[in-house]
Design a protein around this ligand. Structure first.
Ligand code: 2P0
Length: 351
């Protein structure tokens, strides 16, 4: 289980000494995949979800972020996957806004140097903003020596990107819906060891997605005729998902997760302009999974704001599913992963 503290007293030990002598604090976090989906905001300004969600954290995909607060800096500077972000870019502004919250808590106005990188495709429906903001909050809190319980870190991450709130936790995590002005945080549902599910990600396109989630959700709320129905049914799906996880009931989890995913995509597809995230390889992968299910394999699918298909597999089923999906036309590669741990400070040297 998560230790609920990000060991601020250990932050000095975690800081990496660079050749130039500047001290960075490094954190790692994993993306999560929602089984009960988040799509819609109760409070767009505060980024409060309109629906509850439940996710699994993926071990094999990692964001590593290092940060240094430095009196010699006139502004935050950010490198993402080796490229400098323009200060005016939306990504840089979201990061600076998140850092401002942490600076206010720490009582400092020091600017930061941030370097972050993903070992998986960024902005392609693989939840890079989830792991990215979880790692950012943990690294910055550590660097600022903030005594930040995981719940508070989750709340701050949520304000930046709601799915990031869930990546503070390993295994299975839940993020409740909120109301206007309500500062909700995610919470742990069960640790990874509770039920060692495996996930096979079928990469159906490598490029970034056309429409980001934040814009897409606002468009869905404004225009999909199914949006209100989606929101009204979400609490029942979340309760069913929670029960299935706690009971380790694979058939029940498969049923409610596929239903939640397809309802979300029905909302997306009926948004104006439509949000069509699937491609031909997505459909071919779904058909292959259907035939595996008919042959008795314990596997189900979920998809997010992108074409990739995530196949959630009962323990031990991952290799069979990975081999089958790797052979699907249009699937460029598959990633196989166990469930991962929480966002955390990382003492390993920055290679
Ligand atoms: C999820 N997604 O539950 C859903 C399913 C995508 C589809 O959370 O606007 O990047 O930053 O709060 O967290 C992706 O949305 O959106 C997401 P914002 P976020 O995983």
């Amino acid at each position: 289980m998560n230790d609920h503290r990000h060991a601020p007293e250990g932050a000095s030990r975690q800081a990496n000494e660079t050749a130039a002598g500047a001290r960075f604090t490094t954190a790692v976090a994993h993306p999560n995949i929602a089984l009960i989906k988040y799509w819609g905001k109760a409070d767009p300004a505060l980024n409060v979800p309109a629906v509850p969600s439940m996710s699994i954290t993926l071990d094999a995909l990692t964001t590593a972020t290092r940060i240094r607060f430095d009196a010699s800096l006139a502004a935050d500077t950010i490198s993402m996957n080796g490229s400098e972000l323009a200060a005016s870019s939306s990504q840089a502004r979201r990061i600076t806004t998140c850092l401002n919250t942490l600076r206010a808590l720490a009582g400092t106005e020091l600017k930061a140097r941030v370097e972050t990188r993903n070992d998986f495709p960024t902005g392609a429906g693989l939840a890079s903003s989830a792991s990215g903001f979880a790692a950012l909050v943990v690294a910055a809190a550590g660097a600022l020596r903030l005594e930040l319980p995981a719940t508070d870190a989750s709340r701050i991450a949520r304000a930046a990107s709601a799915s990031a709130a869930r990546s503070l936790f390993g295994g299975f995590a839940e993020l409740p819906a909120g109301a206007v002005g309500e500062d909700v945080a995610a919470m742990a549902l069960a640790p990874a060891g509770h039920w060692p599910l495996e996930v096979v990600v079928a990469i159906c396109a490598e490029g970034p997605k056309a429409v980001g989630s934040t814009r897409g959700m606002l468009d869905s709320a404004a225009s999909s005729p199914f949006y209100r129905t989606w929101v009204d049914a979400a609490a029942a799906d979340a309760a069913a998902g929670r029960h299935a996880v706690l009971q380790r009931d694979f058939a029940a989890l498969a049923s409610v997760s596929e239903a939640s995913c397809l309802k979300m995509h029905a909302v997306m597809q009926t948004t104006r302009p439509p949000l069509l995230y699937w491609n031909a390889a997505t459909m071919a992968t779904l058909e292959r999974l259907r035939s595996l299910q008919q042959d008795g394999a314990e596997v189900f699918f979920t998809m997010d704001a992108g074409p990739q298909v995530k196949a959630v597999c009962a323990p031990g089923t991952g290799p069979t599913v990975a081999a089958a999906l790797a052979a699907v036309p249009g699937v460029s590669r598959v990633l196989t992963t166990a469930l991962g741990g929480p966002a955390r400070l990382d003492a390993a040297p920055w290679a």
